[in-house]
Design a protein around this ligand. Structure first.
Ligand SMILES: [Zn+2]
Ligand SMILES: [Zn+2]
Length: 161
């Protein structure tokens, strides 16, 4: 499939508009090129989002997951699941966003359990106060670092299967 970079229309190779450029010459061979059938704009190859199945350009996806699916999937619980399944992520996020200090070099199961508890408390504060400050931190943490965004997208694909 193809997607127009101007109007966003998605279309197959058969639907492409073939334009011929004669350069004012009476006979060929003529140059020909293809464009979007809707607007005549340029297009690029599009791939399917692994979660919703819609077509997107590569630059619109993170590891095969589109922006909308990725953002819609950010919840307290999905992020906690992601952190538990990714080495060091629980420590990195909680120390930065709950304690405001660098994580220690060494970790252990007791520390991790404490961090999960602190995480649940922060989630509860958001819920009780109808606040968004903690989920905003989660969104920022996932989206501001490209590697984290891609790892999170990878996790979403894993849990979907
Ligand atoms: Zn178009
Ligand atoms: Zn999607």
């Amino acid at each position: 499939m193809n997607k127009c970079t101007r109007c966003g229309h998605v279309f197959s190779d058969d639907e492409r508009e073939i334009e011929t450029e004669t350069h004012g010459l009476d006979s060929g061979p003529y140059e020909s090129y293809s464009t979007c059938p809707m607007c005549g704009g340029e297009y690029e190859t599009a791939a399917q989002c692994d979660l919703c199945g819609d077509y997107f350009l590569e630059e619109e996806m993170h590891n095969g997951v589109c922006d909308k699916c990725l953002i819609d999937s950010i919840t307290y619980d999905s992020f906690l699941g992601f952190m538990k399944s990714t080495e060091g992520e629980l420590e990195r996020f909680c120390f930065k966003n709950i304690y405001g200090i660098e994580p220690p070099e060494e970790t252990n199961i007791h520390l991790r359990n404490d961090l999960v508890q602190k995480y649940q408390d922060a989630k509860k504060m958001d819920t009780l106060c109808k606040g968004l400050s903690f989920i905003c931190k989660i969104n920022k943490y996932i989206l501001e670092d490209k590697d984290t965004t891609e790892l999170f997208a990878e996790y979403l694909k894993e849990v979907k299967e």
